[in-house]
Design a protein around this ligand. Structure first.
Ligand SMILES: [Zn+2]
Length: 157
């Protein structure tokens, strides 16, 4: 069985240092520490597996043997199959991939929430065990998360 997560974190990657992983990881850690929400980030998702060449005419991912479309495909599969909701990092509006993920999530009924740009510094540099929550999780996101947790628990018993 696949591991299931409360949220998928979507955000800009291309053109950022180390594909922006420090911001994804910081929000992932914040959600875990402060809200007990588990998150999947695209950096931890393997590319779509195929036997022969990557699809032609797609941009190659500079850090791997796969084209970017192989990663995009893997990300969407994991987001829809294994995650209950979507958390969106600042800069999403300038990222084609993030806009697409957001549209797919909305079309498929996954609730989403935006991390305001102003809260990123606090998320990056605060000890989350000692402070008030920085983000407030919308009710519809908790409904989706709790529903998925309940279904997972049913499957496991
Ligand atoms: Zn490939």
């Amino acid at each position: 069985m696949n591991e299931v997560y409360d949220t998928y974190i979507a955000g800009p990657m291309a053109g950022h240092d180390k594909l922006n992983i420090h911001k994804f990881r910081a929000v992932q850690n914040y959600l875990r520490d402060r809200h007990a929400i588990s998150s999947l980030i695209p950096h931890d998702i393997p590319p779509h597996k195929h036997l022969r060449r990557c699809p032609e005419n797609f941009r190659k991912n500079p850090a791997s043997d796969h084209a970017e479309c192989c990663y995009a495909r893997g990300d969407l599969v994991y987001m829809l199959r294994d995650c209950a909701a979507v958390v969106v990092l600042p800069g999403w509006n300038a990222s084609v991939g993030t806009r697409l993920e957001l549209m797919v999530a909305a079309q498929c009924g996954l609730p989403s929430m935006f991390v305001p740009r102003g809260s990123m510094a606090e998320i990056l540099y605060t000890n989350h065990h000692q402070h008030q929550p920085i983000l407030s999780i919308p009710d519809e996101m908790w409904y989706a998360i709790n529903d998925a947790r309940y279904q997972t628990a049913q499957k496991e018993t």
